[in-house]
Write a protein that binds this ligand. Structure first.
Ligand SMILES: Cc1cc2nc3c(=O)[nH]c(=O)nc-3n(C[C@H](O)[C@H](O)[C@H](O)COP(=O)(O)OP(=O)(O)OC[C@H]3O[C@@H](n4cnc5c(N)ncnc54)[C@H](O)[C@@H]3O)c2cc1C
Length: 270
C-alpha cells in the first residue's frame, strides 16, 4: 500500500510529480534518537540531496529491502545531513524499521518537494496538525515572520519542540491513532484580514476541513493548504463476499432488492 498522498490544494501538482519516478539518492543512517515516546529522530547522510527551501518540504523514504515509498518532512538539511522525525504508531513498514537499530542501514531517499505557499498579502498564519505535522510546523514557525497560531494534537509532551514563544494550543488525541482536528478547526476563531491556513494529518479529518473551508469560510484556494498525511484504517473491515449466489437465491425466493441487499450486508458482517 502506498502511504497517503499529500492531498492538498498546493500539493496537487507536487503529487503528480511524485508519482512520476522521482530521482533517488542513496542514504546511510548515521544517528537515531528517541525524541519522545512516539517520535524518533533519524539523521541520514544523503550526498547530493538539495533543499527546495519550501518550509514544509518532504522526501520519499524507501527502507532497505522494500520498494514502497513513505513520505517524511525534511526537519533540516545541512550539507549531506538530513534529519527526519518519524512517528511510531501501532504497525507499519517504516515504524517497524525505525523501531529497531537502523543505524548503518542504507535506505533510499527521493528528491525534496514542498507546497507551503502563503499569498503575498497574508498578514497571519494558522497551523493545525497532529504528530506527523510537527516537523513541518516547527520549521514553519522558526522561519516565518507572520503572526502565527498553532494547534497541535499530540500524544506526547513536546514542550520545547516548537521555537520559544510560539503561540500553541496543545490538544490530546481522542484515542491512540485517532484525531478530532476537524472539530477543533470548526471552532477556531478566525483572525481578521487575509492570511494563510496550513494543516496536515489524518486524511478523513483533512477532507472534512477542506469542505468547511470551501463551504463555510469560503476561502479562495490560494488561502489554504490542507494535506492528508496518513489514512486511518477502520479496525473492522467488511468480509469479502460474492454477491452473485445471494442475489440469485434471493430472487428465486421472490425477495425484494432491499431484502437481498440487507442479507448481503449481513453476510459481510455489517
Ligand atoms: C507530505 C508528507 C509528509 C509527512 N511527514 C511526516 C513526518 O515528518 N513524520 C511522520 O512520522 N510522518 C509523516 N508523514 C506521514 C507518514 O508518511 C505516514 O504516517 C506513513 O503511513 C507511515 O508509514 P509506516 O510505514 O510507518 O506505516 P504504513 O505501513 O503506511 O501504515 C500501517 C498502518 O498504520 C496506520 N498509520 C499510518 N500512519 C499513521 C499515523 N501517523 N498514526 C496512526 N496510524 C498510522 C495506517 O492506517 C495503517 O493501518 C508525512 C506524509 C506526507 C504525505
Amino acid at each position: 500500500m502506498l502511504a497517503g498522498p499529500p492531498v492538498g490544494t498546493g500539493a496537487a501538482l507536487a503529487w503528480v510529480a511524485m508519482t512520476a519516478r522521482a530521482q533517488r539518492y542513496n542514504a546511510v543512517v548515521t544517528r537515531r534518537e528517541q525524541v519522545s515516546a512516539h517520535l524518533v529522530r533519524l539523521t541520514l547522510s544523503v550526498p547530493g540531496l538539495e533543499s527546495t527551501g519550501i518550509l514544509d518540504e518532504w522526501v520519499g523514504l524507501v527502507v532497505p529491502g522494500q520498494f514502497q515509498v513513505r513520505y517524511y518532512t525534511v526537519r533540516s538539511l545541512d550539507g549531506d545531513d538530513l534529519v527526519l522525525d518519524v512517528v511510531l504508531h501501532d504497525v507499519g513498514l517504516v515504524t517497524e524499521w525505525v523501531s529497531g537499530d537502523c543505524v548503518g542501514d542504507s535506505p533510499e531517499v527521493t528528491a525534496a518537494q514542498g507546497s507551503f505557499s502563503p499569498p503575498p498579502g497574508a498578514a497571519w498564519l494558522l497551523l493545525v496538525g497532529d504528530l506527523t505535522a510537527m516537523p513541518a510546523m516547527a520549521r514553519i514557525c522558526a522561519a516565518s515572520r507572520l503572526a502565527t497560531r498553532v494547534w497541535a494534537e499530540v500524544p506526547d509532551d513536546l514542550t520545547g519542540y516548537l521555537p520559544d514563544g510560539t503561540d500553541v494550543t496543545w490538544l490530546e488525541p481522542p484515542a491512540e491513532g485517532r484525531s478530532r482536528l476537524a472539530e477543533v478547526v470548526e471552532g477556531i476563531e478566525w483572525p481578521d484580514g487575509d492570511g494563510y491556513f496550513w494543516m496536515a494529518g489524518e486524511s478523513a479529518q483533512m477532507r472534512a476541513i477542506r469542505k468547511h473551508l470551501m463551504r463555510e469560510r469560503r476561502l479562495p484556494n490560494a488561502a489554504y493548504d490542507v494535506m492528508g498525511y496518513w489514512r486511518a484504517v477502520s479496525a473492522r473491515q467488511p468480509r469479502v463476499v460474492d454477491p452473485g449466489p445471494i442475489w440469485r437465491a434471493g430472487q428465486a425466493a421472490g425477495k425484494s432488492d432491499e431484502q437481498i441487499w440487507a442479507e448481503y450486508d449481513e453476510a459481510r458482517g455489517g
